[in-house]
Design a protein around this ligand. Structure first.
Ligand code: ADP
Ligand code: DP6
Ligand code: CO
Length: 324
């Protein structure tokens, strides 16, 4: 009753930002992402009759508190599905900074869902796996798939039609993402807390929601046509709209640091000089830069020389979950 799975993070090009149901994680809008080969989590789950509670080790450290509670609550869903009441030993390694805005919750819960369901003997389809994974962390439901994936928000209140679907596989398009590492420390406002506060208090939230359907239609055309400018422009604008909602929240907040703005401005200057590159930012200060392979050297060299940049990690489109 033991299995190991690997899952990659994903970067949202159309952001998930808002829940309509917090307990089973139903979103207020569809979102669309690209799975990244450069950041991943590997998780082993072993169900064991002799355990009297779950155990969770992350990066070789025994975890207690909120992070442990999120894992046991998720294991509880797996136990219910399987009708088996056995505790588990979970060992996870993040090849991604944890809780810093690099989507560790996406690779983390996708790997946990895949390894956990396999270990307990459930043989789920990708759709069933995505629907389950969603309840660990919303963004994680997209990491079941490689390449481009869309999370369909669904309309049913039981969540049975809320899961990700594949849009285009990793080999559809060799688009690249440079993750500009400014800070790998834990963010002050988690994604969960940040989006809740925004939904409840930001007067800009409705404008955000109203703008989604058009962004989605357009970006899907752009992906099918491998139209870099179109995809880049929509992704960058969608990111800015999401981050604008946080400034209207009460109390207001932003995930950006001064260095975040400096990188954003550098990308816009590069474009003015004829190098096509666009940025997007999840819930954290670090910037992800979209570019095409022929501009890799130029993008990398420009970014690494900026003050405050501690590392650049390059990604290609990544694969969906795999079992080791
Ligand atoms: P991020 O930007 O890293 O996704 P979030 O605030 O969304 O930040 O989520 C971070 C949380 O996700 C962690 O505090 C932890 O609870 C959970 N998490 C991260 N990695 C793992 C993992 N490998 N296994 C289980 N849970 C994880
Ligand atoms: C800005 O999936 O981390 O990265 O569902 O509460 O776990 P929970 O939140 P999470 O939120 C991700 C927000 C985002 C945008 C995105 O990935 O779509
Ligand atoms: Co997250």
């Amino acid at each position: 009753m033991k299995a190991t799975a690997k899952a990659h993070t994903n970067i949202a090009l159309i952001k998930y930002w808002g829940k309509r149901n917090e307990s089973i994680i139903l979103p207020t809008n569809n979102s669309l992402s690209l799975t990244l080969d450069g950041f991943y989590t590997t998780t082993t789950v072993a169900f064991d009759d002799s355990l009297s509670e779950d155990r969770f080790k992350l990066d070789n450290q025994l975890i207690a508190g909120d992070q442990y509670n999120r894992v046991t609550a998720f294991l509880e869903l797996i136990r219910k599905m399987a009708g088996k009441h056995i505790y588990a030993d979970v060992e996870s390694v993040n090849d991604v900074p944890t809780a810093a805005g690099f989507a560790s919750s996406a690779s983390g819960f996708a790997a946990l869902a895949a390894a956990g369901t396999k270990a307990i003997g459930l043989n789920l389809t990708n759709q069933e796996l995505s629907q389950l994974t969603r309840q660990g962390s919303g963004s994680a439901c997209r990491s079941i798939y490689g390449g481009f994936a869309e999370w369909e928000m669904g309309t049913k209140e039981d969540g049975s039609d809320s899961y990700a679907v594949p849009i285009a596989p990793a080999d559809h398009w060799d688009i690249r993402v440079a993750a500009v590492v400014l800070s790998s420390t834990k963010k002050k406002v988690s994604s969960r807390t940040g989006m809740k506060r925004t939904v409840e208090t930001s007067p800009f939230f409705q404008g955000w929601i109203d703008s989604i359907p058009n962004d989605l239609t357009q970006i899907k055309h752009g992906i099918q046509d491998r139209d870099f400018q179109k995809v880049g422009e929509i992704a960058e604008a969608n990111c800015l709209k999401m981050h604008a909602t946080t400034l209207g929240a009460n109390p207001p907040f932003t995930y950006w640091h001064d260095t975040t703005l400096a990188v954003m401005q550098t990308i816009q200057e590069m474009r003015a000089q004829g190098i096509p590159a666009y940025f997007t930012i999840d819930a954290g200060p670090n910037v992800k830069v979209l570019y095409l392979p022929e501009h890799e050297k130029n993008v990398e060299q420009t970014l690494i020389n900026l003050p405050g940049v501690s590392d650049i990690r390059l990604s290609k489109p990544g694969q969906g979950v795999t079992y080791l």
